[in-house]
Ligand binder design. Structure first.
Ligand code: SF4
Ligand code: SF4
Ligand code: FES
Length: 320
């Protein structure tokens, strides 16, 4: 077995002193180790106090997610040698969660948000069989809608990568929203779609910035960002009227009319209240201060917009 030398740079946290620091561990180990095996080697041979969480070692239990060279993932699934850069591999705890010790984070805040979306099926009385002799059947086509999402192992790698959480810690989070989509798509669920949508609107679907980092992080190939777009579409189609749906409608109408978003009227149209109007007024003042004339405030249709509109209409038809 080939051995390689490199430095494992690990972010540590001592809960007694509340001190957080990076520690370098020079190692010479087999090149076949996963990141988790590397951590186990260090704990066994160099520093027994190094703390991390793991169980199955097979990408099933979801307990070993951490940030490796800036990207969240399962340490038992990632080969250490693939992550060595200039002789160093950097390992730190998942972001957006309080650190308990070294690489162990407290998952409770994320689970508290998870509970808010009712992450369980409430049987629809019309679909529940009268006796155990029959089953509540789902067609293969129906199951395809949420098959992938049922693979979620709650590892929180997506949560630790989410850019929306950088700016707003109350944001529900990617796996929570993916799970919400999974139950909305399940025909056996007895909760009204409107009710399920309401559960994901406050600091939820409209706060996602569509950075796609959750897709990149997920070890199971789940795409929370796409499920969030689907939830937005469901919210819009179910007639929800709130700043999020109004903003979405406004964006589409603007882009259809001119090819650009009309940021000038966006606050007024999205919020529809005095605060929104005041924001639009402030933007007007900024435009004037920059020397713009009234007719230059909003975006104007570009030459050939008709072709673009035909293209958009075709896209909408295909999506229906
Ligand atoms: S796409 Fe949305 S949910 Fe996914 S990581 Fe980015 S902000 Fe978070
Ligand atoms: S969606 Fe993927 S990354 Fe997020 S918790 Fe589930 S399995 Fe982990
Ligand atoms: S140890 Fe179970 S997923 Fe990595």
């Amino acid at each position: 077995m080939k051995k390689i030398k490199y430095i494992a740079r690990i972010k540590r946290y001592n809960p007694d002193t509340k001190e957080s620091y990076w520690q370098d561990f020079p190692v010479e180990v087999e090149d076949s180790l996963t990141v988790l095996e590397l951590l186990m080697y260090i704990k066994d041979k160099i520093d027994g106090s190094l703390t991390f969480r793991a169980f199955c070692r097979s990408a099933i239990c979801g307990s070993c997610a951490m940030v490796i060279n800036g990207r969240a993932g399962l340490s038992c699934k990632i080969q250490a040698k693939d992550k060595i850069r200039n002789g160093v591999i950097r390992i730190e705890p998942l972001h957006h969660l309080p650190v308990v010790k070294d690489l162990v984070v407290d998952q409770e805040p994320a689970f508290d948000k998870f509970k808010k979306i009712k992450p369980y099926l409430v049987p629809d009385p019309k679909k529940v069989p009268d006796s155990l002799n029959s089953e509540s059947l789902v067609t293969p086509e129906e199951f395809k809608l949420y098959d992938k999402q049922t693979d979620c192992i709650l590892c929180m790698a997506c949560y630790g990568s989410c850019n929306a959480l950088e700016g707003e810690e109350k944001y529900l989070g990617p796996f929570q929203l993916t799970k919400a989509f999974r139950f909305i798509a399940d025909s056996r669920d007895g909760v009204d779609i409107e009710e399920r949508i309401k559960l994901v609107e406050d600091h939820g679907i409209w706060d996602c910035v569509q950075c796609q980092m959750c897709l990149a992080a997920c070890p199971k190939g789940i795409k929370p960002a796409e499920d969030i777009l689907e939830l937005r579409r469901i919210a819009k189609d179910s007639g929800e009227d709130n700043p999020g749906t109004r903003r979405a409608k406004h964006w589409f109408a603007d882009v259809f009319a001119t090819g650009q978003i009309d940021k000038w009227h966006l606050p007024e149209n999205a919020f529809g209240d005095e605060v929104g109007k005041e924001m639009t007024k402030q933007l007007e003042e900024e435009f004037r201060a920059r020397g713009l004339k009234e007719e230059e405030f909003g975006p104007q249709p570009f030459d050939g917009i008709e072709q673009f509109q035909k293209f958009l209409k075709r896209l909408v038809k295909e999506a229906e």
